[in-house]
Structures are given as C-alpha cells and as structure tokens.
Design a protein around this ligand. Structure first.
Ligand SMILES: [Zn+2]
Length: 315
C-alpha cells in the first residue's frame, strides 16, 4: 500500500479515512508574529486549534490537508503540535501561493522546484517533517510572470516526486483552465491535480471542462457564502453527481483556526459557517436532501482523497 507523509509521519493511504482536502491550521502574514510576537499568544492558539480539530475528529474526519505555503506564513512546528494534540492526521504542503516572495523573482523555475523537492524528500526547514502535497495558486491578477514560474516549479517538483498537486484558483476568472494549460505544457498528468476553489463556481460547463481534462475539482470553500452561497454549492455538487462525476470531486472549507489578515470577530461576522465542522454538521445532510447518495458521499470524502494520494509514482 502506498504511504503519504503527514506531519506526524508516514501513513498508509488506506488509513486516511474521511479527508478534508483543502484547509489551513493557521494563515499568517510572513514575518509578523516572528518579529512582533506580542500580536498573538502562540501557545493559546495551538490549544485552540487542537480543540477545533478534536471536535471535527469527533464527527468522523480523520485527515486534513493543510494548504499553507511559505507565503501564507507556514509554521510547521505549530501544525505538528496541533496534530499531536488533536489526533487528526495533517498533510502539509510545499509549493507557493500567489504572493511569490521577492527572493524568487531573480531565480529560475528549477531553483524553486529544487526547494519544493527538498521539502518533500528531506523535510521542511530542517524539521524532518515532509510535505505530502504541492500547492500552486492563481488569483484575480491572473497568470503573472512570477505566478507562472511557481506553477511550472510545482509541475516539475510533482513529476520528480510523484506527490500530487492542489491549486488555488479565482473561479470567476476560470483560472483553473489556464493552470491546466501550463501544467499540461510541463507534461503533468492532469488526473493527478486538484483544481481548487472550483466550488466557487456553479458554471457546470466550466466545471465539466476541468474534469473533462481529467482533474479533480475542489468543492472546497464551504462557509464562504460571499463567493457562492451554500445552497448553490450543494446544488452544483448534486447536479454533477447526477451526471456521474462524484469520482472527480473532493470537499473542504478552506477554513483556518487562526488567520491574522483580520480580527477573529470580523471573520466570524462575515462568514459564521466558515469552520471545520460545517461539512459534517450541515453540508452532508444537505447533500443527502439534494439526492446525493451515501455511495457518492463516501467517494467524495474518502475514496477520492485515497485515490489522489495512491498515485505516487514519479514520471
Ligand atoms: Zn486555502
């Protein structure tokens, strides 16, 4: 059985269970807490995050994929501590969000890929904790020179290691299609890619174009009603299930326990349902009411995540 690296060590893919495929433990502005430690209470935040993950574990979730890259302020020791305390398996990522640090602007695609490969083979920042997935991101600003470099670097790290790719997109701009073009140019097998945040769109034609090229689509922003209300997200999934595409969708929230971009009360006010428990508590019952079968729910929450990590040969 293939294994996947989690922050607490390698896990047999058959042990992943119910997996939320795009979450964050913490999202930080790089350098802020390190230089102004008074802005937060790190120990208290570890405890809070562990309690939240403990709660979602009680609802049957066994694994989360943490899509926090260096430019989202990744703190791997924090995440490892939360995994230990909560018992939830956490898969960490390498790769890049779209805030590509200036360091890389003058460096090559291969130099960037080399660092991602190091994080997969040797571990992150000397911790020995290995990344289990590769993230790249395109947003409203599109495929800029630096973003394209990062996407290509992710493609090369993927082919060198066999570790799957997950993406952040601006679904309204159909940026997933552009990512698929670049990844295909790099020789990537698109069935080993999850085009994330696709669930922000209910344009079936766009979603079927992505799955038609073989990729999984992330219906992974439940609770972010400002991008698309829950009822529309549920209806889009139910429709795609009826059309026979439950084998291409994965579910998640893109939520976090700590995010320094806003005060916590602002997040809770703007997106009260944006938390790890929303899918097990509310979305899955809503999918059932919309006609999605138990079999399809199991595919989207257990089987598809396992299949994604099962395919781990470099090529
Ligand atoms: Zn995210």
């Amino acid at each position: 059985m293939p294994v996947v690296n989690t922050v607490t060590g390698p896990v047999d893919v058959s042990e992943l269970g119910f997996t939320l495929m795009h979450e964050h433990v913490l999202v930080k502005s790089p350098g802020v807490t390190e230089n102004f430690p008074s802005v937060w209470d790190r120990e208290a935040e570890i405890e809070k995050a562990a309690a939240k993950l403990h709660d979602v574990a009680a609802r049957g979730v066994k694994t989360i994929v943490d899509c926090t890259t260096v430019d989202l302020g990744r703190d791997i020791q924090f995440v490892a501590e939360v995994a230990h305390r909560s018992g939830v398996q956490i898969i960490a990522c390498t790769g890049m969000y779209y805030d590509v640090p200036r360091y890389f602007h003058s460096r090559s695609v291969d130099a960037m890929a080399e660092l991602f490969i190091q994080e997969i083979r040797e571990g992150i920042a000397g911790s020995g904790i290995k990344a289990g997935i590769i993230k790249c991101a395109t947003d409203e600003t599109g495929m800029t020179v630096q973003v394209e470099k990062a996407v290509r670097a992710c493609a090369r790290a993927h082919r060198a290691t066999g570790v799957p790719i997950t993406t952040h997109t601006y679904a309204a701009g159909e940026s997933g299609a552009r990512q698929q073009d670049i990844l295909a140019e790099e020789g990537v097998d698109l069935s080993r890619v999850i085009i994330g945040h696709s669930g922000d769109s209910k344009d079936t034609e766009y979603l079927l174009r992505l799955t038609g090229h073989g990729s999984y689509i992330g219906m992974d922003r439940f609770g972010l009603d400002m991008f698309l209300p829950t009822a529309d997200r549920v209806a889009a999934i139910a429709l795609l299930c009826r059309m026979g595409h439950a084998d291409r969708m994965v579910l998640s929230h893109d939520a976090n326990s700590y995010m320094d971009w806003y005060e916590r009360w602002m997040i809770e006010q703007a997106a009260p349902n944006w938390h790890y428990n929303f899918i097990p508590d509310t979305v899955i019952p809503a999918l059932r009411r919309a006609g999605v079968t138990e079999d399809q729910i199991r595919q989207m929450t257990i089987d598809n995540p396992r299949r994604i990590f099962e395919q781990c040969e470099p090529y």
